[in-house]
Ligand binder design. Sequence first.
Ligand SMILES: [Cu+2]
Length: 279
Amino acid sequence: MGGILKVFDMLVWFPENISTFGQELDNLFAIIYWVSVIIFFLTFGVMAYFLVKYRYRPGRKGYNYHGNNIVELTWTILPTILFAWIGLYSDDVWARTKYSSKVPQADVEILCLGRQFGWTFLYPGADGKFGRNAFTDRTARNLMSTTNIFGMDSTSADGMDDFVTENQFRVPVNSNVVIRGSSIDVLHSFFLPHARVKQDVIPGTWMAIWFNLFKTGDYELACAELCGSGHYSMRAEYKVVSLAEYDKWLDTKNAEVIGARQPQPTPTATADTATVASH
Ligand SMILES: [Cu+2]
């Protein structure tokens, strides 16, 4: 039976689920989908039946009908019960995935800013702690600019090793990832189809987004809010990697950050930059 239902199910169009709570959300989606399908055929079936039964026939007289309290109460109370049930039934998984009070202890915490049109991420670096920035300190919001969109305070010791990635991020597999998302211009929506995560990000506030992914691979982040002319291009890629690989990547990034803070030797033209310069 489940096999036959699956043929008509919208769920076969979903990308593969890689999130710990994804199956529960998919089940909820399927239940609401099938409730809607049944009600659709019931109501339109009754309508089609009446259309045929009471169609125009020469000589048949219409008559005024002033309603029926029992019928009207029935079609008011039944949907009320149904919607209340859906609300109560889905509250458990909704609370666990969406309530900011239920966000689990983070193994990895990342800041994310949406902008027209792209995504920027901030990692806390080797110490695992963010420095002073627009998330950790509201007063640092006035440091935000197009070149420093997280409002990072360059004098903050904890922030010395924080690093930024552009339109890509990495997370370890089987870990609680908490992303604090915001926007610097308009509403965007942080949508990870494989992870069954979708959350609007709003300028001026930070939304807690969390997930735990059980399958390594390359996946996609898309903006799911029509946010302007470049909306179609507002995507990022993310990798889910093993913990060892993630640590290695962090080490590389940390070395880059430390390298960038050392006094730089006078730049010499390499083959690459020479090619660019000649164009
Ligand atoms: Cu957008």
